[in-house]
Design a protein around this ligand. Structure first.
Ligand SMILES: [Zn+2]
Length: 304
């Protein structure tokens, strides 16, 4: 009898979705799928975020290496997503997207899935070219999945949207099913890059993406955000290429303060910032005194 009860208990525990451990399945929740940078030795999935509404995964921001596994561990389904937003096309922000698309083959998705990302340049594809380069029937790396960009060929289509913006524009580029997504250009060296603001269920969630924070756009985009996810890729005092690409903590703090965000979440943690959390918090606190948390993979932040 006891053995049977134990077996039943174990069965119940195993069938509980993984996201139940951190997300509650109620209201709007931000789940960090990948809190790391490009280094495998940070032992984190690379950049990716999921926005849940009442236990349904609705918005995916980036899909860096390792994040497809976290997507599954979170209990999310590709069939549920309303929109995918890319900040840029570095591998640590986009490499797992084909894995997610292939996974969706085994789900019953019938609705098209809009995918937004930045414009291209000589070194990076636009969002439209990115999907063509992955799934194009003739030359795509994963041309065996070309049904996802070929009208009439499969159960649903990935609908590519390249976001072209003026230097200081903040523009709404997606609106549907109670979700809006506003984009602005941010500076990440020579990489075309966007920051995003998602509004859903009365909540505002801003994502810096990778940026040096120097063009003044994030302050506008993230104004009064309920959560501002900022990338903690370099320590205070960083110089050269690292500083040209990324925000040191003092810049994150200044932007968070200027924007008046209600909560700051620090992600994209790398070996050069891991272990320096106290120093990072001190630099941020010189400007921003609101709640600040360091993200780990699968952490879930409830918005009220
Ligand atoms: Zn990155």
């Amino acid at each position: 009898m006891m053995a049977r009860m134990l077996a039943l208990l174990l069965l119940c525990l195993c069938s509980v979705p993984a996201f139940a451990a951190s997300c509650t399945g109620k209201g709007i929740e931000l789940q960090v799928l990948g809190s790391g940078g490009p280094e495998t030795q940070d032992k984190r999935a690379s950049s990716s975020y999921l926005i849940w509404q009442d236990g349904t995964a609705r918005v995916l921001v980036d899909s860096g290496g390792g994040s497809a596994l976290r997507f599954g561990q979170a209990g999310a389904n590709m069939a549920d997503l309303d929109v995918v937003l890319f900040t840029h096309f570095h591998a640590d922000h986009s490499a797992d997207f084909p894995a997610l698309v292939k996974s969706s083959y085994f789900e019953d998705r019938q609705r098209n899935l809009p995918v937004y990302g930045p414009a291209g340049n000589a070194s990076f594809p636009s969002a439209t070219a990115f999907l063509q380069n992955l799934f194009g029937a003739r030359h795509g790396a994963f041309r065996y999945l070309s049904e996802y960009i070929t009208p009439g060929a499969g159960s649903y289509l990935l609908q590519a949207h390249t976001v072209k913006l003026g230097a200081h524009a903040v523009r709404r580029v997606f609106s549907g099913a109670g979700i809006t997504a506003d984009a602005t250009t941010v500076i990440h060296g020579s990489v075309p890059a966007l920051a995003w603001l998602v509004q859903i269920g009365g909540q505002r969630i801003a994502f810096s993406g990778d940026t040096n924070g120097d063009n003044g756009n994030l302050e506008k985009l993230a104004a009064h955000a309920d959560i501002f996810v900022a990338h903690n890729a370099v320590p205070e005092g960083a110089s050269g290429a690292a500083r040209a690409l990324h925000m040191p903590p003092s810049v994150i703090g200044r932007i968070a303060a200027t924007a008046g965000v209600k909560q700051l979440v620090l992600s994209h943690r790398m070996l050069r910032t891991l272990g320096k959390e106290a120093e990072t918090l001190a630099s941020i606190a010189q400007h921003y005194t609101g709640p600040t948390e360091f993200a780990n993979d699968l952490d879930c932040f409830a918005l009220h």
